[in-house]
Design a protein around this ligand. Structure first.
Ligand SMILES: [Zn+2]
Length: 248
């Protein structure tokens, strides 16, 4: 199966936090994507292609933004529009129009504004897919089955109420899910994303791996990712994370 990269961004700002990519670096990364002949598409578009043809689309990259920071609207949207790229934004519906105070922000980031529904609607009008990222951003492995269902259902219902739009895709908060959580998400959404560090191949649609932009040091790294020259590096980083988790 043609491997597909799904990239994860959170906040586009100059704070240097672990969830931040600078606006300049983001623009350079999108430039590198265009230069090597790839195009950004929504996750739904990629999933529809896989369902119709049994394979991922070639020369495509899925660009995703978690949480719904206001800078997704201010910084990402103009860059994506200039390149003619689509993307998918995963919203925490309970924080739209609020701040990133679902947990203590990482050092350096501070509390920042999230998009308003008017800004989200503008993204949707401009071809950006709006997906779900839960209502309150819990670790979904640590809440009851009933709470998991509630988080998925409220998130989907609010997006529908505000945008008249059926959200088809989801990202697990912290990438954290169990088989039961993935089954529940699979009943509500056509596809759901984890934070497993690799390009997608034959993984189930409810557990699609993603590569966090945190690992991109230079725009050339994007090219390495898209052309497969980064796969062995990602395997090493993935094993490193697993070892660190065992000891920490
Ligand atoms: Zn998140």
């Amino acid at each position: 199966m043609t491997p597909l990269a799904i990239l994860t961004y959170h906040s586009l700002d100059d704070s240097g936090s672990v969830v931040s990519v600078s606006p300049g670096a983001f623009a350079a990364q999108m430039g590198a994507v265009a230069e090597c002949g790839f195009r950004g598409v929504t996750l739904s578009e990629a999933v529809e292609h896989r369902l119709a043809h049994g394979d991922w689309p070639a020369q495509r990259l899925v660009i995703t933004f978690d949480d719904g920071f206001a800078n997704t609207h201010e910084v990402a949207l103009p860059v994506l529009a200039r390149r003619g790229f689509a993307a998918t934004v995963f919203l925490i519906t309970g924080h739209v129009g609020g701040r990133n105070d679902w947990s203590a922000p990482p050092p350096g980031l501070g509390t920042r504004p999230m998009m308003t529904w008017a800004q989200v609607a503008e993204l949707a009008q401009k071809g950006i897919e709006i997906g779900g990222h839960s209502h309150t951003h819990p670790d979904m492995r640590r809440i009851s089955d009933a709470q998991v269902e509630h988080e998925l259902a409220i998130c989907k219902a609010e997006i529908h109420e505000q945008l008249g739009y059926e959200a088809r895709t989801f990202a697990y908060p912290y990438g954290s899910r169990s088989e039961r959580v993935a089954e529940a998400a699979g009943r509500q959404f056509a596809a759901a994303c984890t934070a497993v560090l690799k390009r997608v191949q034959a993984e189930p649609l409810a557990q699609l791996p993603r590569v966090d932009a945190y690992y991109l040091r230079t725009p050339k790294d994007v090219v390495r990712l898209l052309t497969g020259r980064w796969d062995s590096y990602l395997t090493l980083r993935r094993l490193g994370r697993r070892v660190r988790r065992m000891f920490a």
